[in-house]
Design a protein around this ligand. Structure first.
Ligand code: NAD
Length: 316
């Protein structure tokens, strides 16, 4: 008989974890979804089990896995693109060591794993428009290098040891539940707060920098759909391209301005511009669509409507 699904989310207090825990608890039951993080738990995560975990401590990871009889791990703890460039060796160490210890425990205990990759695996020599699933990958950030190496490790553990590990290359994610954690696409969240607070927004990317983006509810749905798909449909064991929408700072500004006509923006590109310039402008996700039936729901206008509605409720 199959064991009941018991999930451990690592890095649960972050931008994705905050929303993903809530959705997983709705599906699997609160007590079957254990949230964990090195940070203090958020109030929204405390309706179910929470464990303090530094993912660099593999003994503690093992202890938690045993305690709750974990069958699936969602590994979200990472050092993101902009933060990684400030301390490259630390980013490499945390991103790689954590993935390898999770893959090892998954191999020993037959645990299913979700680990996100990123559009940062691509680089300046990658075709920028409609970037294909399989293409040139020469990332030039430590974050991108760690994600590309991570993808290869996932495929390796799947092929050599049969670990059921699944992955998505997320584009920039936009959400209202939690602030982003130091990525290059964070501007597309910050801009909403400034519009609602009635302040001018000083954007750290230039007005015509197109990047692939996705609304969090689509990203969470994609993650859960991928994890629930029958194993034979998952034919890519590195990571799946996923697209939602693609826009520039100027385009999101124009969209927000439809709701806040007085809203002003200026552009002061910083070191993050070079990172953004090395990433694709749009993504071809036809392989994910074909293999496990992915379909996005939110475009720029729908996402803007919902973000403003949700943030106004929260800020009031
Ligand atoms: P985040 O920075 O918001 O959250 C990461 C969480 O990990 C934080 O709560 C942090 O406290 C925790 N953490 C950091 N070090 C830890 C450690 N040593 N032990 C335990 N927990 C630790 O990140 P996010 O945006 O939620 O991203 C989650 C994953 O998705 C990452 O792998 C990231 O690379 C990937 N991703 C995110 C985006 C995005 O736009 N948010 C895009 C592409 C890929």
């Amino acid at each position: 008989m199959d064991k009941p699904t018991r999930i451990l989310i690592i890095g649960a207090c972050g931008q994705i974890g905050t929303d993903l825990v809530v959705e997983l608890r709705k599906i699997y039951g609160t007590t079957n979804v254990v949230a964990s993080d090195i940070a203090e738990p958020k109030a929204t995560l405390l309706d179910g089990p929470f464990e303090n975990l530094n993912i660099m401590d593999s003994d503690r990871l093992y202890e938690i896995v045993k305690k709750y009889e974990i069958t699936e791990i969602y590994h979200l703890a990472a050092i993101l693109s902009a933060k990684g460039e400030q301390n490259p060796k630390m980013a490499w160490d945390i991103n790689m060591t954590s993935l390898l210890s999770i893959l090892d425990i998954a191999k020993e205990e037959s645990i299913k794993v979700y680990w996100p990759s990123s559009i940062a695996v691509f680089g300046p020599n990658t075709p920028m428009d409609n970037t294909p699933q399989d293409t040139v990958m020469q990332p030039n950030t430590v974050y991108g290098i760690s994600k590309l190496a991570g993808e290869m490790w996932c495929q390796y553990y799947h092929e050599k040891y049969g670990v059921d590990v699944r992955s998505i290359r997320y584009p920039g994610l936009i959400s209202h539940g939690s602030l982003p954690g130091g990525g290059t696409t964070d501007y597309a969240v910050d801009i909403f707060y400034k519009a609602i607070e009635g302040n001018e927004y000083d954007c750290f990317l230039s007005e015509d920098t197109y990047l692939p983006m996705m609304y969090m509810s689509d990203a969470v749905r994609a993650t859960i759909e991928l994890m629930r798909a029958p194993a034979e449909k998952i034919k890519v064991r590195t990571s799946y391209n996923l697209a939602g929408m693609s826009f520039s700072p100027k385009e999101i500004y124009e969209e927000i301005k439809k709701h806040y006509p007085e809203f002003k923006i200026k552009y002061s590109p910083d070191f993050r511009q070079a990172i953004a310039d090395s990433w694709p402008s749009s993504i071809d996700d036809s392989v994910a669509k074909e293999h496990w039936g992915w379909n996005e729901k939110f475009d720029l206008a729908a996402m803007t409507d919902d973000m403003l509605y949700q943030l106004k409720k929260k800020i009031k």
